[in-house]
Write a protein that binds this ligand. Structure first.
Ligand code: NAI
Length: 301
């Protein structure tokens, strides 16, 4: 049985939806949880709601350990305050789940800059602001588990979500770097791309919504947060009972020796589109170095 006893978890946007499910599951297995949530509307505008209090109270009533925290992750001060709450209340931070999110969907030609800023601030900059103080604490203690939340809207693309999709893929880039920087300190960084019925999606999922329980995402995120987690730098798609891995592959491609026949021409490219794109024999380089090593036999032959 995978346990979180003596582990301290910070979960952003944990007052509702997916984040609340993560908080309940980790707390039920022994984690002390900081339930962060300012209780905003789906578009990030202020409300009077106090969902973080409710989730923390529910966890405590069930015998678990939890405190509510109300900062917005969208400023450096807010991010620092979220992590400081864990240090003040529980003395450490072992787990960070960057889950807070809003939507400001607009077709790209109609996108106004405030709707770009709001989405980047919560999803992308917010993850930087919370993760940096947590990462420093994890580095110092030589242990950490960080989860980022992407979306198929960015990984695959979805109409009307240019701001959101770009922010979500930005998080994949952040993960790719942090997994290298944290590896020496037993910090593992992985990304979940969930599909679940929450207030964010209830209008778009249609009949599938009934099967897409947010609680079904929590076991995967809990695995990423566990000492037993065997992966670092993975993106997993989670929907209902389905768990899959997304990855960025590099095709074998087309090669023309740079020293021969005047080098690569535009016509060479145009004439080899199928070879460049062919998926047979692709590789999944784990780092910039691995990609370059893969090219070396060709370049230096
Ligand atoms: P939700 O709207 O139920 O929960 C998001 C929570 O984040 C809310 O309680 C909200 O108050 C909080 N939040 C918003 N701005 C915040 C800020 N500045 N600081 C701290 N908390 C803030 O939505 P849901 O579906 O649970 O979303 C959770 C995450 O999963 C989001 O990052 C979302 O983009 C992502 N996601 C969800 C999908 C789904 O199918 N539900 C699909 C793909 C990604």
């Amino acid at each position: 049985m995978i346990s979180f006893t003596n582990r301290v978890a910070v979960i952003t946007g944990a007052g509702r939806g997916l984040g609340a499910g993560y908080a309940r599951l980790l707390a039920s297995r022994g984690a002390a949880v900081v339930v962060n949530d300012p209780g905003v509307a789906s578009d990030g505008t202020a409300t009077e709601a106090t969902p973080a209090e409710e989730v923390a109270a529910e966890i405590r009533a069930a015998g678990g350990m939890a405190v509510a925290e109300h900062s917005s992750v969208a400023t450096p001060e807010g991010g620092a305050a979220v992590v400081q709450k864990a240090l003040d209340e529980f003395g450490r931070v072992d787990i960070l789940i960057n889950n807070a999110g809003i939507l400001r969907d607009k077709a790209f030609h109609n996108l106004e800059w405030p709707n770009l800023d709001a989405v980047l601030d919560v999803h992308l900059r917010g993850a930087f602001y919370v993760t940096q103080p947590a990462f420093r604490a994890m580095r110092a203690q030589g242990y950490g588990r960080i989860v980022l939340t992407a979306s198929n809207a960015g990984i695959l693309g979805n109409f009307g979500q240019a701001n959101y999709g770009a922010a979500k893929m930005g998080l994949v880039g952040l993960m790719n770097v942090l997994r290298h920087e944290g590896a020496k300190y037993d910090i593992k960084v992985n990304t979940v791309a969930p599909v679940a019925r929450t207030r964010m999606t209830e209008e778009i999922l249609g009949p599938a919504a009934a099967r897409l329980d947010p609680e079904a995402v929590a076991p995967v995120v809990a695995y990423f947060c566990s000492a037993e987690c065997a992966v670092n730098g993975d993106v997993w798609s989670v929907a209902g009972g389905n768990v899959s891995r997304f990855f960025i592959g590099r095709t074998a491609g087309y090669f023309k020796h740079p020293g021969g026949e005047g080098g690569l021409t535009v016509e060479d490219v145009a004439g080899h589109v199928d070879a460049i794109r062919a998926e047979a024999g692709y590789t999944v380089p784990g780092s910039v170095q691995e990609e370059l090593q893969g090219m070396a036999p060709l370049l230096f032959s």
